[in-house]
Ligand binder design. Structure first.
Ligand SMILES: Cc1ncc(COP(=O)(O)O)c(C=O)c1O
Length: 418
């Protein structure tokens, strides 16, 4: 045995129990909050099981037929017959998984095909597929912005963006949500010659509000920054071709990287980055969350490629989704609920609750009515808000939206919110 390694008879005396630090003690606050909430008899809003999924808009929860208004299945692609058939065929032809990284044995024909579909969808030169959208942000941000560079980001950015910043070595400079002036001020203070990456989202998922990308991208470019836009909640729906808010606001050519996910409008799982940067392909060798993880299963990339190609012709679904969003937003407002945005800006309609207790009670009352929405609470929400986040699907019928409004009215009265 080498020097410096303790022999059993030389082990330090056991640390007294009282002085031992339980590493879980940092969670005591959240454990208490959760126990208090459940002690009131409320069902656990973060532990719901969907016993059977009947369609993009309905599932059996607690033995009851429930309308789904809290999924990100915006375009209703999860039960599309072509998407399912493509997945089944790939499963039969290529097996259940790749068991390897994209840079070793984990690139199958299907991975190339889904990247082709993305290039076509966005009309961009390069597309790189990750195993999740979370990893796409983690990988691109931490790799592109290195030591000595600056990442300037909206304070309400998604956790995956913050975690991408934490994984990298760049200086992190947050600015007030959607505040163009604040962003410009931060950019101006960055030392001359430093690399700058501005990170924005098309739609912010908590309140469903849209970024003023046109102005922000112009300010970023005027200050010599590269721009990354996460279009997770706008892909497939916003913009004439469903490319997102950057397309809707006419700034696609000035955006350096678009991040997206397959877990929302595409209807499966996976993440990606598309770009026109001429050196983009080198990221496949240097981006750790791309290299050091297994690639997506063949069935998943096959469903994603089929879904993305179908979304290119998704104009009619986009129109229906807008109608649903406007109908729900207008109806909830008329009932007296406080909403996250003055007018509907996306497929997300956030209902602001007075506090967590009433938010949880309202969530449960809605579930009893047969409606599932997302309960969102700090730290995921801005300004410590408790929200009931409703996300619409193109496949919700007009009648279903009417039913949903009736459920909100009854639950809101029962809980004393309206
Ligand atoms: C803005 C944003 N970016 C990225 C992600 C991560 O996507 P994924 O579910 O593919 O990991 C999400 C997921 O909720 C998101 O809302």
């Amino acid at each position: 045995m080498s020097e410096g390694v303790s022999q059993p008879d030389q082990l330090p005396a056991a640390v007294p129990a009282a002085a031992r630090q339980d590493l879980f003690s940092k969670f005591d606050g959240i454990i208490r909050t959760r126990e208090d909430l459940l002690a009131g008899g409320v069902e656990d809003p973060f532990n719901l099981v969907m016993e059977q999924v009947l369609s993009p808009t309905r599932a059996i929860c607690n033995g009851r037929d429930t309308i789904l208004l809290g999924t990100y299945n915006y375009m209703g692609m999860t039960f599309d017959p072509d998407v399912i058939a493509a997945g089944q065929k790939a499963l039969a032809d290529f097996g259940s998984g790749t068991t390897g990284s994209r840079v070793l044995n984990g690139t199958y024909r299907g991975h190339r095909e889904v990247e082709d579909a993305l290039r076509e969808f966005y009309d961009m030169d390069h597309a790189m597929v990750f195993s999740t959208g979370y990893q796409a942000n983690l990988g691109i941000i931490s790799t592109v912005a290195g030591k000595g560079d600056y990442v300037v980001l909206d304070i309400d950015s998604h956790a995956s963006i913050w975690d991408g910043c934490a994984l990298g070595n760049a200086e992190i400079v947050p600015f007030k949500h959607n505040d163009i002036e604040a962003m410009e001020k931060r950019l101006r203070r960055i030392p001359e010659g430093a690399g700058k990456l501005v990170v924005l989202e098309g739609v912010y998922s908590m309140l469903g509000d849209v970024a003023p990308l046109k102005e922000m991208v112009a300010v970023a470019k005027a200050n010599g920054a590269m721009v990354l836009v996460d279009e997770a909640h706008s892909m497939g729906f916003i913009g004439p071709n469903g490319r997102g808010v950057a397309e809707e606001q006419g700034v696609m050519d000035d955006v350096d990287f678009i991040i997206g996910t397959f877990s929302k409008s595409v209807g499966t799982v996976g993440g990606f980055c598309v770009s026109n940067h001429p050196k983009f392909e080198i990221l496949r060798l240097v981006c750790r969350p791309y290299v050091f993880t297994a690639s997506l299963p063949p069935s998943v990339v096959a469903t994603a490629a089929t879904s993305i190609r179908k979304l290119m012709g998704g104009g009619e679904k986009r129109a229906r989704l807008w109608e649903n969003s406007k109908r729900l937003h207008g109806g909830l407002k008329a009932l007296g609920f406080t909403l996250g945005t003055e007018v509907p800006q996306s497929a997300i309609v956030a209902v602001i609750m007075p506090d967590l207790e009433r938010g949880a009670a309202m969530w449960e009352a809605l579930l009893r009515e047969g409606l599932y929405v997302n309960l969102a609470r700090p730290p995921a929400t801005p300004a410590n808000m408790t929200l009931l986040r409703c996300s619409l699907c193109a496949e919700h019928s007009e009648e279903e939206v009417g039913t949903i409004l009736g459920m909100f009215e009854r639950a809101g009265k029962a809980v004393g919110i309206v």
